[in-house]
Write a protein that binds this ligand. Structure first.
Ligand code: ATP
Length: 357
């Protein structure tokens, strides 16, 4: 199997190096047949080839079995007509990565800010308020006059149905509970449609418990009693915000791994951004991207019926947990270890998990 590795901007290259250390360890210890190819994206690619994502790199990544995408500094990219393509959005749209799976869980008292929890935000990834994803031409964040702006949000039954299906499938492999998060009391038609489509899917999963919560109340519930949630299914922007909140409540955004998955492609991508404030200092937490790699291996294992890939994904998650429990962490989690060293430590633990199995 071939993985395309795109390190990205700011802390991207540092956390990618640490993640590749872990990949090398699981390859060796779980006999994974994986080849790795590197491609420049972001500001490095802009310098080299005039665009933050070139057609050639996109084509190579599309051909790969899986993609590891580092964070990107889109806020400082030039406009699209000057080569500033948002790689993350481009992959989501052009590979139809409709499900953004963002787990968040506490790892004992070492990290958590609230009571213990273990949940997954399943975020619709192809429409909603994301202006670059919901129009055939042009974008949906419109300046009508210099003083009037309108943003258009798209919600379809098709996209709502498939994200709900992804959430209910996942719930069956977990604690069988789905919470639908929305604002249907105000956005009666758009969120009403989302809710309606999700409830229709729920009818096919009588073994899964379902409830729904309004987004504003949800933020309070998440802080007060996060342990009651298992799988949270929601629209694009609510999912983006809720998953950052859940990630930080679990200890640090630097822990928040994620997978962007469609029917045929998946991209391992941390929830956090490129963190320019700590770039180049060997203090970024690589665990979010490392855990995203674990999710990608799990996804590949399920897709190709390869038990060793699934075992490798689990071993990464266990090794991350044990490393946090040992206090061998970057400063965001109160530790004093650098990015590279955390990568090496997690890689070492993966090796031990494998030999114990
Ligand atoms: P974006 O809009 O792309 O999400 P942002 O600058 O708003 O970017 P982040 O880059 O995620 O948001 O950074 C938010 C805060 O979290 C920053 O203070 C950053 O240093 C911190 N942070 C993000 N990722 C990590 C990480 N891997 N390790 C440690 N701290 C991190």
């Amino acid at each position: 199997m071939q993985l395309a590795v795109l390190p990205g901007d700011d802390i991207g290259p540092e956390i990618t190096v640490a993640t590749l250390d872990v990949l090398a360890a699981v390859k060796r210890h779980f006999s994974l047949d994986i080849g790795v190819e590197h491609h420049a994206i972001g500001l490095e690619s802009l310098k080299q080839s005039g665009a933050t994502l070139t057609e050639a790199v996109f084509a190579a990544a599309r051909e790969a079995d899986g993609i590891i995408l580092g964070p990107v500094a889109t806020a400082i990219y030039p406009p699209a007509d000057k080569g500033g393509i948002n790689p993350s959005a481009y992959f989501r749209k052009n590979l139809d990565l409709y499900a953004n799976i963002r787990p968040a869980r506490t790892f004992g008292r070492a990290t958590q800010r609230v009571s213990a929890f273990d949940l997954v935000v399943v975020r619709e990834n192809t429409e909603g308020f994301y202006a670059d994803r919901n129009m055939t031409a042009g974008d949906a964040d419109i300046l009508v006059t210099p003083d009037v702006a309108i943003a258009i949000r798209k919600v379809t039954r098709e996209a709502s149905t498939r994200i709900a299906e992804a959430g209910f499938r996942l719930a069956r492999a977990r604690r069988r509970r789905v919470t639908l998060v929305h604002k249907a009391n105000v956005l009666k038609r758009s969120d009403g449609l989302f809710l309606d489509a999700c409830r229709a899917v729920a009818a096919d999963y009588p073994d899964v418990n379902v409830d729904d919560v309004i987004i504003d109340a949800m933020t309070a519930h998440l802080v007060r009693d996060p342990g009651r949630f298992d799988v949270i299914v929601t629209t694009n922007m609510f999912g983006d915000i809720l998953s950052d909140l859940a990630g930080e409540l679990a200890g640090s955004l630097g822990l928040a791994g994620a997978l962007n998955a469609g029917a045929t492609h998946a991209v391992a991508q941390a929830t956090h951004g490129s963190a320019p404030d700590i770039a180049g200092q060997d203090r970024a937490n690589p665990m979010a991207l490392i855990r995203s790699l674990g999710m990608l291996l799990h996804w590949l294992g399920e897709r190709h019926g390869a038990a060793n890939f699934i075992a490798a994904g689990r071993a990464i998650e266990e090794a991350v947990g044990a490393t946090i429990a040992a206090g061998e962490t970057t400063p965001d989690l109160g530790g004093r270890i650098g990015t590279k060293a955390v990568g090496r430590i997690v890689a070492g633990r993966v090796a031990r998990t494998a030999s114990a199995a």
